[in-house]
Design a protein around this ligand. Sequence first.
Ligand code: FCB
Length: 457
Amino acid sequence: MPENKMFPRDFKWGTATSSYQIEGAPTAGGKGPSVWDTFSHIEGKINNGDTGDTACDHYHLWRDDIGLLKKLGVNAYRFSISWPRIFPTGKENEPNQIGLDFYSRLVDTLLENQITPFITLNHWDIPQGLEDIGGWTERDIVHDFVKYSYHVSKHLGDRVRNWITHNEPWCISYLGYIEGHKPPGLINKWSKSLATAHHLLLSHGMAIPEIRNNSKQSEIGITLNLNTAIPASGSTYDEDACRFFDGQFNRLYLNPLYNNEYPDDVFEYLKTKSLISESDLNFIKQGDLNIISTKTDFLGVNYYSRAVIRNEEIDEKNNLPRNVDMGPKTDFGWEIYPPGIYDLLMRLKNEYKVQNIYITENGCSYGDGPNSEGKINDKRRIEYYLSHLTELKRAIEDGAPCNGYFAWSLMDNFEWAQGFSQRFGLIWVDFETLERIPKDSYYWYKKYISANGLDED
Ligand code: FCB
């Protein structure tokens, strides 16, 4: 094996963002309210009462941001479209031209700068008008999503080749309906949570042919947040809990997409706990799984950390002691575990036979800000990226079909329920003045990708 290892030629190097987290301008150009506009204005939902009303004001500063991408040297950029900029309530028959034009200019300018756009159609900020009539829990929304996908791909599909239908369905389904940290903020509503997951997956499958038809030679995929889960000890309690976690987090999405089936053990477990009844699964109609498992061109994977699972229902004194050594944590409290990205990619290759993967997000939150000279020395972020990219490279050498990597995120932004308190950017943003200052990690990433990840001597 050669000493100096690089990533494959034509590897996509990018950064990622999402509309609500960076755009601001919540009513500009006829945009309707999204669920995040509503949720962030409910008292007590967001740390410090922050909202995305201004965020990074990317809606007005997008040219500067593309300039920063250009200087960074990326050849790809993943961003999302704000659905209510295109369909303000979700129910209009025709799209809002001003919204389409905004993204059209963005796409043109990216292409002029040799940056390939990767578009996410749903990064959570759906029209409030659709939420008001049940949102993802109702089957009707599938048609609204297909209509939206059709119009966006019709308008941009001549220039955009890479399409992601949804970002992290688990977050919408679980954090929205079980934990309540995200809209609509409900707790322990398992039947709604599962219906949400199903309708997201179904709309993904139904949107694929529409996008393909409008955007010839396109690559269409979905982005899942996945991780490697291990039990905190060898007890059967922890092993059972870990199996359920892996089921509801990973397999609930991977199995229907790749194996045309739902993982029965997840439903059985929920029934045993009386969290759902058989009739709660009536939203699964004949033929749905065939649509969900429509062949995609890639899987987008967001990886941040692994999950070490302890059975919380068992009294600590009745369980075996934890026997997993935990790594250090980022400022968000997420464990840093670089081999997890290797394990995950090998599982996707071996167990699900996935043939094309993009890491659509990977990154870390650290609060490091400007020093007295105005420089941001975020050494820990550089270490995080380097260690994960090294593991990614190892997975590729071992046959994992990964063709691109998107650092989360281009710049500090509105981190959902955490507001502006968690900074994931390669670029520092002063949320008062909106000044952008590249961090040391930005310059490091620039160097790393310009050498295509060549090992340093
Ligand atoms: C992911 C989201 C992204 C960002 C990162 C930190 O779950 O897709 O928008 O918030 O986490």
